[in-house]
Design a binder for this molecule. Structure first.
Ligand code: GBH
Length: 462
């Protein structure tokens, strides 16, 4: 059988996010975000943990950039903390906050690593949440102002910009499942949040274009959704889920229209009251790339709604429930390992949305037990297998015609895994949370060798 190899031009990196690694939550003039509030609310995050200290990357960024340089990556994806730049989410910029990202970017460039900047990875300033947060249209305009500040400061050195990370999570895990900040269970307001996130994206694109900041994209987490059986009911459940997870974002961004099955998915909750004339034009501006995060597929079956009264349902109560995958390994997140789904998802998106911009895989990785041996080394064979098999699947997708230009491992470091706290470890580098020491795992060395071989082919094949 023909096994395709990755094109020599493919770029490689690792990814992190501000709240998950920075710590220094009350230093440098940073204001509180909705995640600070959420972590302080009893019962929300495992063991009452928070990002107060995290990996202390705010102070140890130079050591982390040295790890990246030694790893040999082309790119590093990080996010800017909005409340570090604007402690209250509006008004004057905080010079100390901007100075931190200035130092980080310069250190990366000095090490020959290209910074890829995400403007929003879930840490909304609490002051904006107090005024309604993503449920209100105002927040999209505030996001435009924040974008302008960051673009004016870093636009001369950062050439790839990601407006939002996984708006699905901000809108629906935050306002309907309730497992992310702000942690509510709502219906129409969650759908309004989804719309305002899209509007914030479009508003940021305008600002980035005006600042001539470089390449602009958005990171989505499209799910590969499979019906549990071939029954009509299960397939209809998957189509509702496809709208909730994927089409809500892809359709307005890349087809200029809202999904045509919103009523089947949400009934009267999707009342469109939050939409205005002209919004689709703002949302659907051309992008230079699409970021895709992929971890695992989801299998679904038709199921009764949790809430019988349609008017009282949350936006994720769509009459579909997850079914377990049999016969495959599961990571410590409980996620099934199905590399084939990565290939299928990319090919499927490519066929459904002709004219999609080039793709960057902005996150892929796995959480593993990672117990260090007596010498303190972590032999994370399962993570190496996961990454190798997903890169093979990526090579097949590219071979099938999908235009993928880059790939980032989530994550460089073990870090604060949101509601799961520090117990779930995604890093190529182990973090000892008592000493904050960094210890590269076997997967770090494996990725380094992979990158070396890739660079060699790049030189050989031009
Ligand atoms: C990404 O999200 C994030 O961008 C990153 O910050 C994170 O650390 C990483 O992956 C690993 O988790 O509450 O039942 O609705 C991953 C995709 C999709 C995983 C939504 C959690 C919520 C499940 N996420 N999902 S539920």
């Amino acid at each position: 059988m023909h096994e395709p190899t990755l094109p020599p031009g493919l770029l490689f990196g690792t990814a992190t996010a501000a709240y998950q690694v920075e710590g220094a939550a009350t230093e440098g003039g940073r204001g509180p975000s909705i995640w600070d509030t959420y972590c302080r609310t009893p019962g929300r995050v495992a063991r009452g943990e928070s990002g107060d200290v995290a990996c202390d990357h705010y102070h140890r960024y130079a050591e982390d950039v040295a790890l990246l340089a030694d790893l040999g990556v082309d790119l590093y994806r990080f996010s800017v903390s909005w409340p570090r730049v604007q402690p209250e989410g509006k008004g004057e910029a905080n010079p100390e906050g901007l100075a931190f990202y200035d130092r980080l970017v310069d250190t990366l460039l000095g090490a020959g690593i290209e910074p890829v900047l995400t403007l929003y990875h879930w840490d909304l300033p609490q002051a904006l949440e107090d005024e309604g947060g993503w449920r209100t249209r105002e927040t999209a305009h505030r996001f435009g102002d924040y974008t302008r500040i960051v673009a004016e400061r870093l636009g001369d050195r950062v050439n790839r910009w990601i407006t939002l990370n996984e708006p699905f999570c901000s809108a629906f895990v935050g306002h309907a499942v309730g497992r992310h900040a702000p942690g509510t269970r709502e219906g129409t307001p969650a759908l309004a949040a989804a719309h305002h996130l899209l509007l914030a994206h479009g508003t940021a694109v305008k600002e980035l274009r005006a600042a001539d900041a470089g390449q602009v994209g958005i990171t989505l987490n499209p799910d590969h959704l499979l019906p549990a059986t071939s029954s009509e009911a299960d397939r209809a459940a998957v189509e509702r889920a496809r709208t909730l997870h994927n089409r809500t974002w892809f359709d307005p961004l890349f087809t200029g229209a809202y999904p045509d099955n919103e009523k089947e998915t949400w009934g009267g909750l999707a009342d469109g009251s939050y939409r205005r004339e002209g919004d689709l034009e703002t949302i659907g501006q051309p992008l230079d790339f699409l970021g895709v995060n992929f971890y695992r597929p989801i299998m679904l079956r038709d199921a009764p709604h949790t809430e019988p009264d349609p008017a009282l349902r949350t936006a994720v109560d769509i009459g579909a429930e997850q079914v377990a995958f049999d016969g495959v390994r599961h990571t410590t997140m409980g996620w099934p390992v199905v590399p084939r789904s990565f290939e299928d998802l990319l090919v499927d998106l490519d066929r459904r949305y002709p004219g999609l911009p080039p793709i960057l895989i902005t996150e892929n990785g796995s959480a593993e037990p990672d117990e260090p041996d007596a010498a303190g080394r972590v032999h994370d064979r399962d993570r190496v297998d996961y990454l190798r098999d997903h890169l093979s699947a990526l090579a097949r997708a590219i071979d099938a015609g999908v235009d993928v230009r880059g790939y980032f491992v989530w994550s460089l470091l073990d870090n604060f895994e949101w509601a799961y706290g520090y117990e779930r470890r995604f890093g190529l580098v182990r973090v000892d949370y008592r000493t904050l020491e960094r210890h590269p795992k076997d997967s770090y060395h494996w990725y380094r060798d992979h990158l070396k071989a890739h660079r060699f082919r790049r030189v050989q094949e031009g």
